[in-house]
Design a protein around this ligand. Structure first.
Ligand code: IMP
Ligand code: MG
Length: 176
C-alpha cells in the first residue's frame, strides 16, 4: 500500500476529539430507564467509527450490523440498495441509532431509513461522522454529525477507495 499520495484532511487528534464529543452527547440524550439503545452500523465503512464511538458512550447499549450494497468499487452511488446482511434482532423494542461513516448523496441512507421505519422501532436517529451536503440527492434528517466537509473524495478511518486505505488512522484525500 502506498500512502505517500495521501494528504491529511482530518487528523487522528481531530477525529478523536469529535468522536468523544458525539459519544458524550449521545450518552446524555439516551440516558434513562426507558431507553434501549442499539447502534446499527452499516458495514464496512462505519466499523472504525462505531468501535471508537461506542467506547465513548457510557450507558448500556447493544450493537448490530447491516451490509447494504450501493457503491461497488467506484466513487458514484448507484441509486439502488440491496440488503446483503440484515439485522439479527427484532427492532420493535429498541431505540435505533444508525451509525454511518459518511453521508454523500443520501440515497443509501434514505432508503435504509424507510425500510427500518416500517419495522416500527421505538425511535430512530442517525449519526454520521462526515456529511457532504453538496452531493445530497435524497434528504436525510441528521441527528448527530461530526464534520461537514466539501465535495472531496476522502479515505481512511474506515473509508475506502477500491477497498484500500480503510486502515489509515486519519482521514485523507488521495492526490493524483
Ligand atoms: P450515498 O448513498 O451516496 O450517501 O453513499 C454513502 C456511502 O458511499 C458511504 O457510506 C460510503 O461508503 C461511500 N462514500 C461516499 N463518499 C465517499 C468518500 O468520499 N470516500 C469513500 N467512500 C465514500
Ligand atoms: Mg459506507
Amino acid at each position: 500500500m502506498d500512502m505517500n499520495n495521501i494528504k491529511v484532511f482530518l487528523s487522528e487528534e481531530e477525529i478523536k476529539n469529535k468522536v468523544a464529543q458525539l459519544g458524550k452527547q449521545i450518552s446524555d440524550d439516551y440516558r434513562g430507564e426507558d431507553k434501549n439503545l442499539i447502534l446499527i452500523a452499516i458495514l464496512k465503512g462505519s466499523v472504525v467509527f462505531l468501535s471508537d464511538l461506542m467506547r465513548n458512550i457510557d450507558i448500556d447499549l447493544s450493537i448490530d450490523f447491516m451490509v447494504v450494497s450501493s457503491y461497488g468499487s467506484g466513487t458514484e452511488s448507484s441509486g439502488n440498495i440491496k440488503i446483503v446482511k440484515d439485522l439479527d434482532i427484532n427492532i420493535q423494542n429498541y431505540d435505533l441509532l444508525i451509525v454511518e461513516d459518511i453521508l454523500d448523496s443520501g440515497r443509501t441512507l434514505s432508503k435504509l431509513i424507510d425500510i427500518l421505519k416500517m419495522r416500527n422501532p421505538k425511535s430512530l436517529k442517525v449519526c454520521t461522522l462526515l456529511d457532504k451536503p453538496d452531493r445530497r440527492v435524497s434528504h436525510v434528517d441528521l441527528d448527530y454529525c461530526g464534520f461537514v466537509i466539501p465535495d472531496e473524495f476522502i479515505v481512511g478511518y474506515g473509508l475506502d477507495f477500491g477497498e484500500k486505505y480503510r486502515n489509515l488512522p486519519y482521514i485523507g484525500i488521495v492526490e493524483p
